[in-house]
Design a protein around this ligand. Structure first.
Ligand SMILES: [Mg+2]
Length: 182
C-alpha cells in the first residue's frame, strides 16, 4: 500500500496555545464559500516573517508519538510512506531542517512539498493521484472533504483530537494514527 501523510499537525505540532480557528483565519480566505488558501503572492512581508518565525523549531515541536509510530512500522514493511505537504516555498529552509533533524529520509519513500506555491488543496489532489495513494492522513477537514469527493478509491483519515467515527464512505475521523490500520 502507498500511504501518505500531511506534515503540519500530523508529524509537527502547530505552535502551542493557538486555537485552530485562528490558524484557519490566518491561512484560509473566504472566496464564494469555496476552499481557498492565502498563497505567498498575497502574503505581506510582515506576515511572511511572522509565519517563518512561527515555524521555528522552538514553536513547532515534533509529534513524537506519531513519528515513532511511523518509524516502527516503516522498517521491514512492504508499504511505502510519503509526505504530501502544502508548505510554501518560503518555508523550504525550515522544512529541510526538519527532514534532516528527524531523519525523514529513512521513513519516507518520497516527500512532496508545495514549493511552487499552488493552492494547497489543488496541489495535494494532483500529487496523491500521481503517486497512487491508497491512504492519506491530514488534519484539515475542509481539505479532506475536497479530496474525498474527487478520489473515491483513496481512503482518507482526519486525525483530530475529538472524534473517532466514519464520516463518509471513504472518510474517517480518527484520534490515533494507528487507527489507519483497523
Ligand atoms: Mg496539516
Amino acid at each position: 500500500m502507498n500511504i501518505g501523510f500531511d506534515l503540519d499537525s500530523i508529524l509537527i505540532d502547530t505552535p502551542p496555545f493557538i486555537p485552530s480557528e485562528i490558524i484557519d483565519k490566518f491561512y484560509k480566505e473566504k472566496v464564494d464559500h469555496k476552499l481557498w488558501y492565502k498563497v505567498p503572492v498575497k502574503i505581506s512581508g510582515l506576515e511572511k516573517t511572522i509565519r517563518i518565525v512561527s515555524h521555528s523549531p522552538f514553536l513547532r515541536r515534533p509529534i513524537m508519538k506519531n513519528i515513532n509510530f511511523l518509524r516502527s512500522i516503516s522498517s521491514g514493511n512492504k508499504d511505502k510512506y510519503f509526505i504530501v505537504s502544502g508548505r510554501f516555498n518560503f518555508l523550504k529552509k525550515r522544512t529541510d531542517d526538519i527532514i534532516k533533524r528527524y531523519n525523514f529520509n529513512k521513513i519516507f519513500h518520497s516527500m512532496y512539498f508545495n514549493y511552487d506555491d499552488e493552492q494547497p488543496h489543488l496541489f495535494k489532489d494532483r500529487v496523491i493521484k500521481k503517486i497512487n495513494l491508497d491512504i492519506f492522513v491530514d488534519d484539515d477537514l475542509q481539505l479532506l472533504e475536497y479530496l474525498t469527493a474527487r478520489n473515491s478509491k483513496i481512503k482518507f483519515f482526519w486525525l483530530n483530537n475529538k472524534i473517532d467515527k466514519k464520516l463518509k464512505e471513504n472518510l474517517f475521523a480518527i484520534k490515533h494514527i494507528a487507527r489507519i490500520f483497523n
